[in-house]
Design a protein around this ligand. Structure first.
Ligand code: CAA
Length: 387
């Protein structure tokens, strides 16, 4: 099956590619090594419209479809995954979550700033003891009449120190289990919000990942996102969309490593000919190309299903599971193809290999994706590709 991209979608892909090559590639190795937050690059991404791509123009966004967003994510992730994870969280978890489930007042107050990149958002679900088991929330929000008092700790929060708005998931009624979990919009400078230490990570090292502490934080009732008790379903819904973003990131990592490997293998000679002419390397390139093409189909399909208003939970989990496996497998192969050069920073593939690992972990581990997929399969929901 061929998915034909429109002229607009092709233009978005070309613009993202040019931006990544011109503006993100210079300095990407240094930012990764020194864990330097890409402030200038994120500002430019906001100006280019990459931080609120799917938000309606009336709220300052690009009004684009999910497929355009996936195409941009892929191109940016070929080069800089610290930038692309900030982009993914802001677009799919924060902006889409507020536009889809927030009320008009919340959209007016927050969405414009987030869609233009004036503000960056952080999604605060994970806790020290609630990662994959996201219903085990310990953070509490106690109803005090016109406001809630929030207490708890959130872990591994992307844009933890640089975000201006947090979406915080908290328990409002522990007896109701997941139906007693609610979502809140918390401004980062609210008294009682403390930013913990920055994580020193294997990959995506320039994005800032922190623990966040909430100590008697007063959150107005007008900042509850959706009804009380809707927080867990809200998190699951936005994560389904978020997984399309991370699948696109993984696809970009695999495709970026492939492009570098293909060029290198045609240039580098061994035993009297380019290494691409040796079957040992040519077959690696063939495997890479095949898996990347398959991952791309799954990513595009899940994006198209979301845009059509179909249930895309299973599709986005499949896309993320497959694309992240492909990214991990083929970045290891890309290092192998590059030999000794692959093991040093200058050639980029070792960074892509380190970045690939997190795509199998955040926004639901590969094992969590298999829970989602297997539950659908057991319900008889066969996955039907779009024709
Ligand atoms: N949409 C709407 N509702 C959903 C849903 C979805 N996609 N998935 C589940 N639900 C509903 C269920 O219908 C159920 O509701 P009812 O009881 O009313 O029917 C309720 O939610 C509970 O669902 P489950 O019984 O399936 O819940 P579970 O405890 O078995 O957990 C899980 C399922 C899939 C493992 C889930 O906990 C999960 O996705 N865990 C991973 C969490 C995750 O992805 N964390 C990422 C952190 S954020 C991050 O990484 C961002 C970043 O910074 C990069």
């Amino acid at each position: 099956m061929t998915i034909t991209l429109t002229e607009e979608q092709l233009a978005v892909k070309a613009a993202a590619r040019e931006f990544a090559q011109q503006s993100l590639l210079p300095g990407v190795i240094e930012r990764d090594s020194t864990m330097t937050y890409p402030s200038e690059q994120i500002k430019a991404m906001g100006e280019m419209g990459f931080l609120g791509m799917m938000v309606s123009p009336e709220y300052g966004g690009g009004g684009m479809d999910t497929l355009s967003y996936a195409l941009a994510m892929e191109e940016i992730s070929k080069v800089d995954n610290s930038c692309s994870v900030i982009m993914s969280v802001n677009n799919s978890l924060i902006c889409w979550g507020i536009e889809k489930f927030g009320n008009e007042d919340q959209k007016q107050r927050y969405l414009k700033k987030l869609a233009t990149g004036e503000w960056i958002g952080a999604f605060c679900l994970s806790e020290p003891e609630a990662g994959s088991d996201a219903t085990s929330q310990r953070t509490t929000a106690v109803d005090m009449g016109d406001h809630y008092i929030l207490n708890g700790t959130k872990n591994w929060i992307t844009s933890g120190a640089t975000s201006s708005l947090h979406i915080v998931i908290a328990q409002t009624d522990a007896e109701k289990g997941h139906r007693g979990i609610s979502a809140f919009l918390v401004e980062a400078d609210t008294p009682g919000v403390t930013i913990g230490a920055k994580e020193d990570k294997l990959g995506v090292r320039a994005s800032d990942t922190h623990t966040l502490m909430y100590n008697d934080v007063k959150v107005p009732k007008s900042n509850r996102l959706g009804e009380e008790g809707f927080g867990f379903k809200f998190a699951m819904k936005v994560l389904s969309g978020g997984r399309i973003g991370i699948a696109s990131q993984a696809l970009g990592i695999a495709a970026g490593a492939y492009e570098l490997s293909l060029a290198y293998a045609q240039e580098r000679e061994a035993f009297g000919k380019p290494i691409a002419k040796h079957q040992a390397i040519a077959f690696k390139l063939a495997d890479m190309a095949t898996d990347i093409e398959a991952a791309r189909q799954l990513v595009y399909q899940s994006a198209i299903m979301k845009d059509r208003g179909e249930n895309f939970d299973q599709a986005s989990s499949m896309a993320k599971l497959f694309a992240s496996q492909a990214a991990m497998k083929h970045t290891v192969e890309a290092v192998q193809i590059h030999g000794g050069y692959g093991y040093v920073k200058e050639y980029h593939v070792e960074r892509l290999m380190r970045d690939a690992k997190i795509t199998q972990i955040y926004e639901g581990t590969s094992e969590v994706q298999k829970i989602v997929i297997s539950r659908n399969v057991l319900k008889g929901n066969l996955y039907t590709p779009i024709v």
